[in-house]
Design a protein around this ligand. Sequence first.
Ligand code: NAP
Length: 468
Amino acid sequence: MATTARIGLAGLGTMGSALALNIAEKGFPVAVWNRNTAHITEVIEEAGPLRDALVPSETLEELVAAIAPPRAIIIMVKAGAPVFETIEKLVPLLDEGDTLIDAGNADFNDTRATEKRLREKGIHFIGMGVSGGEDGARHGPSIMVGGDASAYEPIRDIIEAIAATYEGDPCAARLGPDGAGHFVKTVHNGIEYADMELIAEAYGLMRKGQGKSPAEIAEVFGRWNGGRLQSYLCEITEKVLSATDPETGKPAVDVIVDEAGQKGTGRWTLIEALKLGQSASTIEAAVAARSWSAMSGLRGEGSKVFGEADGPAPTLPEDDLGRALLAARILAYGQGFLLLKAASDEFGWDIDLARVAEIWRAGCIIRSSLLDDIAAAIRDGLPEGALHLAPAFREPLVNGAPALRQVVTQSVAAGLPATGFASALSYFDSMRQARGTADLIQGLRDFFGRHGFERVGAEGVHHGPWWD
Ligand SMILES: NC(=O)c1ccc[n+]([C@@H]2O[C@H](COP(=O)([O-])OP(=O)(O)OC[C@H]3O[C@@H](n4cnc5c(N)ncnc54)[C@H](OP(=O)(O)O)[C@@H]3O)[C@@H](O)[C@H]2O)c1
């Protein structure tokens, strides 16, 4: 077989086939392989004029042989064991200096371990987060790369060509070595969880608390999307809420079972946050809400025993709810950026946080106008990546906090859950208390365990008078 391809791609599922077509469309010949070979033929048949840039490979040997050395192969198979299996099969076929790229979602700890193992064999390993769903992969995703600069440089033209652009700037960047790209993608998804939870709670307040119809709420999201809440998620919320189920004529949202899973990335964000001594409480709230949603049997029982929300209906006007959503969104993104900063320091990645915000401005699921402001705020020298302290966010937080408080108090009074909004508000209130209540916690720890504490204005470890 002729070595005609610039790059290879293993795994032609939803994301893999879309990426392959994207690469082909940008003029790079790409060798493609899939475990189920029948699917290779289908993808080639459906590729239309792009088929000339696709090199079908029925075996991994053929795939490797089709790529010009030093070879780069994107692996886009189901996360976890299938990725490890594919790597194991490919490695013996590769030469020193070749590069494997895991473009699926991955636990960055695995990425770090694989990078180290393959480096010892002279093979580069890149962990590459790709966001934007199928449409993004096909027409321009946001791409978060982690790995050696020397491995990224030869494929940078391809990655930047297939990425989304924001005012001409490609939404793709190498963010650091080994697991940096997959870590940033994980936190991206964590923020996505939080953002969707806040949107769902705003919907719940209007639907259950104020009796608005899905179509009316769709219009609210449409109006919000025209202002400072402009974002892909608000845009598609309008679309989902205005859709009608063709079978029943009901709003489409009403025929969907209200159970959401929480797969890898939301959970990974929390685990890593805790390991790093952080708390991404808005993301935690989102993961918790999804876990509770999955317990529909218990919820049904609970509604029979205790009855559903029966408190006074929230009176909050649309504009205030929008202000609260914006404030909570800023706080949720802020927790994500603090987490990125903590990981970058811990692993010595030196992640350019402004660049992260810049490559999230287009292509990815959390793309929003807010990200341009975030990028500018970080470039202006934000302390520790703490978004809530940025001058650009002072006004929306000062104006949004009272509305956020109203959302939480009115939801509580009505008996409606507002897990995400309440977490964002408590984070905000904690972060504006110069002196909190951990003094008592340290006093208690010293009392029962002689742990000692730092004394105000004094050096060293001290004990309380209860030990005299
Ligand atoms: N879908 C999204 O919106 C999205 C967005 C961002 C990231 N991702 C990530 O992208 C990756 C791929 O997702 P997807 O949605 O494209 O998945 P998918 O449509 O379910 O496709 C899975 C692919 O994995 C292959 N595969 C499964 N087990 C395998 C094994 N043991 N050995 C070799 N190949 C195997 C399948 O091959 P067969 O055809 O032979 O079964 C298929 O090509 C995942 O890590 C996912 O988390 C997905």
